[in-house]
Design a binder for this molecule. Structure first.
Ligand SMILES: [Fe+2]
Ligand SMILES: [Fe+2]
Length: 190
């Protein structure tokens, strides 16, 4: 299994001290969210620890991994999403993570996806609500996430979509798919 201590220095040199501390808070929050749930706690830790591993180094890692352009990673995505898709590649090829479930949780931590696994939901939410997050609406997401993960994810997706509309930004189709899937599920149609 992946040894966090072994990759600590590498991650700090990749993403810097500040983002590293965020990753540790995401790890704490993810561990809390996974309490009492049927999810592999070790996988939760690893996925949360590495979720931002490609951040700030998109260009360099794309070169190193022979990826020519962003479209190759996610045809629809905007630059802010690339680090999550690329992160899954970096986690696999640079940090030697072989577990597909962990790689998917890293890949979809920004956009969300339809039919997310428990692990994916936990990492997605923990990134959005770790203790230092303080944007308007975060308390509502925290409240719902503590009650029920799906309600938390839905609240978070709604918040992200509203925000992206407000600033006239591109909405990744995966975010809409993720939300629609949960809405259908809530209405018993998934
Ligand atoms: Fe991220
Ligand atoms: Fe993050």
């Amino acid at each position: 299994m992946f040894d966090i201590e072994l990759y600590k220095d590498r991650l700090i040199s990749d993403i810097g001290e500040k983002r590293y501390k965020h990753s540790l808070r995401v790890m704490d929050c993810a561990e809390r969210l996974s309490e009492g749930k049927k999810v592999d706690k070790e996988k939760v830790k690893i996925a949360a620890f590495l979720h931002d591993c490609a951040k700030y180094n998109e260009e360099r890692y794309m070169k190193e991994l022979n990826i020519d352009n962003f479209e190759q990673i996610d045809p629809d995505s905007s630059k802010s999403v690339v680090h999550s898709f690329l992160g899954a590649e970096v986690a696999k090829k640079v940090y030697n993570v072989r577990d597909e479930e962990i790689l998917k949780a890293i890949k979809y931590h920004t956009t969300g996806n339809e039919n997310m696994s428990l692990l994916e939901k936990i990492v997605f939410l923990a990134d959005a609500i770790e203790e230092k997050r303080s944007y308007p609406g975060v308390e509502e997401i925290r409240k719902k996430a503590t009650k029920n993960l799906d309600l938390g994810v839905l609240e978070c997706l709604n918040h992200n979509i509203r925000y992206l509309i407000d600033i006239d930004a591109f909405i990744d189709p995966l975010t809409l798919k993720a939300r629609n899937y949960l809405i259908k599920e809530k209405n018993g149609k998934a």
